[in-house]
Design a protein around this ligand. Sequence first.
Ligand code: AMP
Length: 217
Amino acid sequence: MRIVLLGAPGSGKGTQCKQIVGRYSLLHLSSGDILRRERASGSELGKEAQSYMDSGALVPDEIIIKMMAKAIEKAPDSGFVLDGFPRTVNQAEELDKTLANDGRSIDIVLNLEVEDGIIEDRITGRRSCPQCGAVYHIRNLKPKREGICDNDGTELVQRPDDTPEVVANRLETYHRQTEPLVDYYKNNSTFFDIDANKSADDVKDILFDKLDALVAT
Ligand code: AMP
């Protein structure tokens, strides 16, 4: 199964991907996580991406497309869930070409729809563990000890691009560059809009229903 999870930053893509890969034995391919790992390792790619990421802009297509094609090549036959990629129509077209080279295609696109006000609250309150990647929220998903990761005791941090100013830029970038993808996929793939203003558990149940139906066909 090859899935694209679409949605604005903070719409819950990462959280839902973790649930989906567990249930269907898929590989989670998050472009944001791959970029953050590249940055942490000090690679050339990481350095190139840094200024774009920190300002809330998109990293140029040619860098991202090459990086994700490499990641997709290594995916198991069972399939993958794409999280944060594609983010432009050009990226989607290149993804389709890469897959078509091996006779493959995207099976389903799930679009997580969330109001901007809810997104701003979710992202600016988000705190993450720099060690294991676990994600918390200062009000809705508190760790057991304030500011400390439950898994490994590491001090939680706010991602530099989760501050209010950068979040405003990321949302603007999303509406201008990524939202047109909704029409692209509506015309080209099995596509579902999902109301993701609901709780993570409710959204998970809706996603599982759609994916179970696909598996059963
Ligand atoms: P995310 O964790 O998905 O919100 O991504 C964090 C940042 O990484 C974004 O704000 C972009 O700067 C960059 N990024 C991630 N995925 C892409 C993509 N598909 N195209 C361009 N830039 C991306």
